[in-house]
Design a protein around this ligand. Sequence first.
Ligand code: HEC
Ligand code: HEC
Length: 471
Amino acid sequence: MPAGRRRRYGRLIVVAGVLALLAACDGGTSQTEGAGSAVQGASGAGSARDAIARDPAGTSSRTGIKPMKIAVSSPGPQAGPAGQPYGEPHGQSRAEVYAQVRRMTALGKQLFFDPSLSGSGKMSCATCHNPDRAFTPANALDVQIGGADLRRPGMRAVPTLKYLQAVPSFAEHYHDSDDEGDESVDAGPTGGLTWDGRVDRGSDQARIPLLSSFEMASTPRKVADAVRAAPYADAFREAFGAHIFDDEDATFKAVLKALETFEQAPEVFYPYTSKYDAYLAGKTPLTAAEMRGLQLFNDEKKGNCASCHISQRAKDGSPPQFSDFGLIALGVPRNRALAVNRDPRFFDLGACGPERTDLGGRAEFCGLFRTPTLRNVALKKTFFHNGIYHSLEDVMRFYARRDTNPEAFYPVVKGKVRKFDDLPRQYWANLNTDAPFDRKPGDAPVFSDAEIKDVIAFLGTLTDGWQPAAH
Ligand code: HEC
Ligand code: HEC
């Protein structure tokens, strides 16, 4: 369970992306190769392509579940009989399958940037998920403001949308075949999308912000009307069938599918173009500071960061995702600036609620949030699920001194530190106690200030779009 969770380097994270989707189209492998190479030809992504090419079989078993179902719902006009937009694919050729993925990706992109889908008419997915910041907000607010009147604050910080292709479906007990070859090791609750892992598929996730009263505050009807009136309405018919607009529920579902498909475009969402990827490929050295930071990050007695934020290639050679996607309680301090927290009885307990409802009453899930990837983390302006910190220095200080100097992070009342003030005491057994969370007051902090600088230098190597010439 969470506290005793054993974590190791190099867990199997398979790059799935569009390949499994294509593999699922006819349930066979014949299309996989051809369509896969078509994707590769268009993607321009070096190591992602390599990883896909290396282990096509592994993709479907791990993360295939997410991409797979897209294909089932995606017969183009050439493939499915008219008026049957959600039927099974009917013997599509490779070229048709790939064309359909391309159409849905292009549509999903337009939908992602379209504010007319929202109740206010002013908010799109990109308002909160800005592509220039790895799909996180351009502003440094703790949480974003949305709703029909654009005045309603959210309750959680906005995560990046990059490298989600590797997130496995949520499981209470996760067994990983890359875990030192021992699949009997229970890595505890793992996976799922959002901070609490409450949905598995991009399409189910997209429904949440579209309908949330404090985000896009829309309705399926409003979304369907907006798409019908959009400049891309014809393209939408081409992708989903001439009669798609006859049924507003079908239209809404098609919107969700297109958004999910866009989120799996490798060249946008998992390009693996960071300096660290170039370093792993032997194409560039790291600077001395970056190298020291990497060692501190990996060292089990110092940061031990890589035990959760995986930094090494998996056994199959696929690149590290900088998360094992485990749900973990770190005891992040309560963010008293959040509107929801004005109520002293309110607690965002992550996996056990209140946003997530299926594990309510399961005490062992309280306080758990999914480990985020650290790829592109240097582009973020707000950190942790409640957005309490705004610089990597502050996040590193928390890791380094949470247990040696708790008074620096938690309220002090009448001379006593109220540690873990955002997690009721009955759930403290869920808190992780491995390094770096194994210290007590009087011990030396995990990192000195100079070491914090080195770790941050290393984290800077995880930003996509690195160019050798610029360095
Ligand atoms: C008002 C800001 C806002 C808007 C608009 C918004 N999101 Fe998000 N997004 C968030 C927040 C906050 C979370 C984390 C939610 C949670 O954990 O409960 C999130 C989470 C996600 C996730 C899961 C990420 C992960 O790490 O698992 C995906 C995928 C996503 N959003 C896609 C979208 C799409 C697609 C749209 C448009 C339909 C959209 N978002 C619109 C704020 C926003
Ligand atoms: C036991 C697992 C675990 C270990 C060890 C760990 N982390 Fe994390 N990390 C998490 C989880 C879980 C979160 C999200 C916590 C939350 O928001 O409640 C997180 C969040 C972060 C964030 C904020 C990311 C964001 O997008 O908001 C950074 C940066 C980070 N970790 C870096 C590190 C570094 C550096 C180390 C080593 C000193 C480290 N982590 C060790 C699990 C871990």
